[in-house]
Ligand binder design. Sequence first.
Ligand code: KIV
Ligand code: ZN
Length: 385
Amino acid sequence: MRKIYIFDTSLRDGEQSPGVNLNIQEKVEIALQLEKLGVDRIEAGFPAASPGDLAAVNAVARAVKNASVIGLSRSREQDIEAVREALQGAEDPCIHLFLATSPIHRKHKLRMEKHQVLEAAEAAIKYARKYFSKIEFSAEDAGRTELDFLCEVTDLAIRSGATVVNIPDTVGYMTPYEYGNIFKTLKETVPGIEKIQLSAHCHDDLGMATVNALAAILNGADQIEGTINGIGERAGNTAIEEVALALETRQEYFQAKTTLTLSEIARTSRLVSKLTGMVVPGNKAIVGANAFAHESGIHQDGVLKEKTTYEIMSPEKIGLKGGKLPLGKLSGRHAFREKLVELGYSLNDEQLNTAFGKFKALADKKKQVTDEDILALVEEKLIET
Ligand code: KIV
Ligand code: ZN
């Protein structure tokens, strides 16, 4: 089974979520939890952005022992120097250089011709080689870059000394077929591609960040970049937990796996949510509060008989205690009886029938019936009988 490397950028692209600002202690706390989760690489920040971010990257670099720590850098010498300073003391340092390659970015942002982009990328990679043996190069807005030019950029990055080439869908514009095809083409046509790792980095503007990352894996990507809970610039990045559980649950399909400790996912998600202040929506895949909750009576009955009727993965796998059967008007007698047993009651058939009738009447008035409601209802019933 092929290993997929996980590059976590919660502390860099994730911190680019509007309103999020992590201090040094918070970055270190998240980085140590990411280490427990077993991510291979942690992008800790963008050292040239501010002295505070440089210090935070340095604190992460010194704290983390079992993952490579990465600093982001534009393709310019001052940024590379800032990353060098920030990664001092790192066990396994890596620099992440980027330069935009798409026609839109070349024309309006960089005001550079293609040959100037190539020259700048080559110069930056060669400069970074003075200090780093691990260099990732990102062709920013690769998704909207002419495919032949992207092949040329990748070829040059490999020849200049990059060890990972990243293909960002910076603006979340790609469809899975198009994005997968970029990886396929690079794999088939660029000389020396087998010597480096190819990486996917997707944004969720059209809601396709996870499926695009999976398409990249099917077409040969070695590394997936993403964030916990999918936080990040605008609509966010690929959610790492979604990729990890997709590979785990559909192993026979993807023939690839991560080496994450999946049971740390729920804890990592809660920590990132707490420290960034970004609430996880209830219906978010894998880590949302409803991801393992079965509401309808038919589903509850099925799950009580055999979990796999409606659960494709177990909540325990990501470190949760168990699934939830929220009781409401759709719940059936089976789920109601299980709840009573959990609360310590064993009613005879007649008592159960009456209590269930009262429960249904209450459920019609309330969206969700709580344990306290049920306790009150059963106590009332037992006193009456
Ligand atoms: O989305 C993007 O292009 C980025 C790069 C810096 C890799 O985050
Ligand atoms: Zn990004």
